[in-house]
Structures are given as structure tokens and as C-alpha cells.
Design a protein around this ligand. Structure first.
Ligand code: ZN
Length: 135
């Protein structure tokens, strides 16, 4: 079973400008900025009460974020759910017929194992599962 919404990911063109914008909106600055080189993205994280907002900007035109913005413009990119055991959940969801984009979870931003489900199977919503890395 999926847990709480861990964060909402928003694709942006200009991370510096969007950091300022979301600081004004949420009333608090980003608490973390992190580049994920394997994904060609740079991210920043904000707290909004119990929830988090992740801004994602491309660092390369081949990044999936750049492609998303070309196609659909800036906006909500994914919804991330916290899970206790990402491998168990991926196996369950695969059995349920969802298309798993990352059968092997990968290291994402914010100290998480992450994996995505194909949005074609989830009413157009890119769903991320994330599990805190405990080492
Ligand atoms: Zn995310």
C-alpha cells in the first residue's frame, strides 16, 4: 500500500527564478538544492506544512524535464508517494497491471530510492514511489 504524498514535483524552466517565486508563495525558502546528474536535473525542495514541493529544472536538453516542458509547458510533473518497501510495492503494482518505468529503483534526490509508473496507466499522472534510504 502507498503511504502519504511525500511531495509534488513541478517542472520549471528557470530554477533560480522559481526558487524566488515559491519562496514568496510558501513564505519559506528552499531548504535544499540538489543536482541529480543521472537524470540531468537540478531540484530544490520546499516545505509546506506536512508536505514538500520539489521544483525540477533540466540541466540538459535531453533531460526528461526538458522534454516534458517542450510538450506540455511548466507545471505539475509528478506526485510522489512514500512507501515502506519500494521493491514490494513495485512487485504488487506490476501484478496489478501498471507499467513500471524503473524495475530497479534508482537513487533520487533527497536521499530516496525512487521508481516511476508510466502515466499512460494512471490517467496521465506520473506517479513516483519513494523510500527513504537508510544506511
Ligand atoms: Zn520527485
Amino acid at each position: 500500500m502507498l503511504g502519504k504524498i511525500e511531495h509534488i514535483g513541478i517542472a520549471v524552466k528557470d530554477l533560480t527564478a522559481s526558487n524566488e517565486l515559491y519562496k514568496k508563495l510558501l513564505g519559506t525558502a528552499a531548504y535544499k538544492q540538489e543536482e541529480v546528474t543521472s537524470e540531468n536535473v537540478i531540484t530544490s525542495f520546499f516545505k509546506a506544512g506536512e508536505n514538500k514541493i520539489e521544483l525540477l529544472a533540466a540541466t540538459d536538453p535531453d533531460s526528461s524535464i526538458a522534454k516534458f516542458i517542450d510538450k506540455r509547458g511548466e507545471g505539475i510533473h509528478h506526485i510522489a508517494f512514500a512507501v515502506e518497501d519500494i521493491k514490494i510495492e513495485l512487485a504488487r503494482l506490476e501484478k496489478e497491471g501498471f507499467t513500471i518505468l524503473n524495475k530497479e529503483p534508482k537513487r533520487g534526490a533527497d536521499n530516496k530510492w525512487i521508481a516511476f509508473l508510466h502515466p499512460k496507466g494512471t490517467n496521465g499522472v506520473l506517479v513516483e514511489l519513494c523510500q527513504e534510504i537508510k544506511e
